[in-house]
Design a protein around this ligand. Structure first.
Ligand code: 0PR
Length: 384
């Protein structure tokens, strides 16, 4: 395809666009059960679309947006027991995890840096390891799919620069024993990063509404940084990830001077230069508009759907949850039909779900309603 010499009228371009975009799935149809993203909140979309020229890479042009980013981080920090946390609204969990490991590596000044992650860690850590020249040690999980603490201790060497704990694993929503990891980190003086990319906007509200939700955040003194992404359960438009650090000292090892920017230059601590200010503006506006109560309601609804799935599948006797869900993610094993075959059959019926080698995986996101899940469960039953 080439760029035409003469441009096309907007109506024609829009028609052409539609031909492509109608191939995409739509959250509103209630058929997407395998995604950690959802339809952004309409208010956030409105605010975002008004702020698209904002560039957080040039703070002197956009000091108001910079202030909003700081406040957005402080509000997320308040959900994670640290309103004075320092951090950035980044492009997503991948960049957030990369940023954290960059800080950990630079702090340690080791020649052959190693990072310990649970086997359940998201593949963004493989990317970070590749980019940062880290050796990644993936340690086993216990019978609850949490990282095995003994295995973490055994994996520590004099080259260890960081330990990672996951608070809401991608596949099953499991929370690692962050309290134990924190103790190890403090004891051995090792950086601890918590990936709450998904759980960061679920776990604080689960506790509020009376669920027995595990502690995972800055409450534990060993936790140096946390990933918590607004573009997952935070209802923010993509891209919006969150990286938060316990204090500003951590930033000193990743500062890069941009000498020509503004009067006398500035120091950037982020990986990206030009950064999406609209994301920070939208996250700020959403947190203000939703309040804790707004998110509590969202999480409550998602958990009601999750509990409904667990209850109904138990009756079929042909499918069962791999573990009791901690949050709104369910792994379902189906001994009579393998997960791939089952996922294929469900796909034929119009459902978008993901699967692993042992189970199909459902993520009960805010775009789903009870009627969608009931329809899914009846399709599931005839697919077994
Ligand atoms: N950490 C955890 C625990 C994650 O689950 C994810 C993404 C990341 C980090 C990386 O975040 P970004 O994708 O924002 O960089 N987890 C989802 C997954 O891999 C991402 C996703 C979301 C995939 C929506 C598909 C989809 O439709 O499943």
């Amino acid at each position: 395809m080439i760029v035409d010499q003469k441009g096309l009228p907007k109506e024609i371009v829009l028609k052409l666009l539609d031909e492509y975009l109608q191939e995409d799935m739509n959250y509103g149809f209630g058929r997407i059960l395998g995604s950690m993203c959802t339809s952004p909140h309409p208010f956030a979309k409105m605010v975002y679309s008004k702020s698209m020229e904002k560039n957080l890479g040039d703070l002197h042009l956009f000091p108001g947006t910079a202030k909003l980013e700081r406040e957005a981080i402080s509000m997320i920090g308040s959900l994670l027991s640290k309103p004075d946390a320092i951090g950035y609204i980044v492009s997503g969990g991948t960049e957030a995890n990369l940023t954290a490991l960059r800080v950990a590596r630079n702090l340690s000044k080791k020649d052959r840096p190693e990072v310990i992650v649970p086997k359940s860690a998201h593949f963004s850590f493989d990317k970070a390891a590749d980019l940062l020249g880290l050796r990644l040690l993936k340690v086993r999980l216990d019978e609850n799919f949490q990282v095995d603490i003994k295995a973490v201790k055994e994996a520590i060497t004099r080259n260890t620069v960081a330990i990672v704990g996951v608070a809401g694993s991608t596949e099953l929503g499991v929370v690692d024993p962050i309290s134990d990891l924190s103790e190890i980190a403090l004891d051995r003086d090792i950086y601890l990063h918590v990936d709450a990319s998904f759980g960061g906007f679920v776990l604080p509200f689960l506790r509020d509404i009376g669920y027995d939700s595990p502690d995972f955040d800055f409450k534990f003194k060993g936790v140096c940084s946390i990933t918590a992404d607004p573009h997952k359960m935070g209802l923010a438009p993509i891209p919006a990830g969150g990286i938060l650090f316990r204090d500003s000292d951590f930033m000193s090892v990743v500062g890069v001077r941009a000498p020509y920017l503004s009067l006398g230059g500035v120091t950037q601590h982020t990986i990206l230069g030009t950064r999406c200010g609209a994301s920070a503006v939208a996250v700020w506006a959403l947190l203000k508009h939703m309040g804790r109560e707004g998110y509590q309601k969202v999480v409550k609804r998602c958990m009601e759907l999750t509990n409904m799935v667990v209850k109904k599948v138990e009756r079929t006797k042909k499918v069962y949850p791999i573990i009791k869900p901690t949050m709104n993610i369910v792994g379902l094993a189906s001994p009579s039909v393998g997960p791939k075959r089952l996922a294929d059959r469900l796909k034929q019926k119009g459902w978008a779900i993901s699967f692993t080698s042992n189970y199909i995986r459902l993520v009960m996101m805010p775009h789903l309603k009870k009627k969608h899940i009931l329809r899914f469960l009846s399709d599931l039953e005839v697919s077994l």
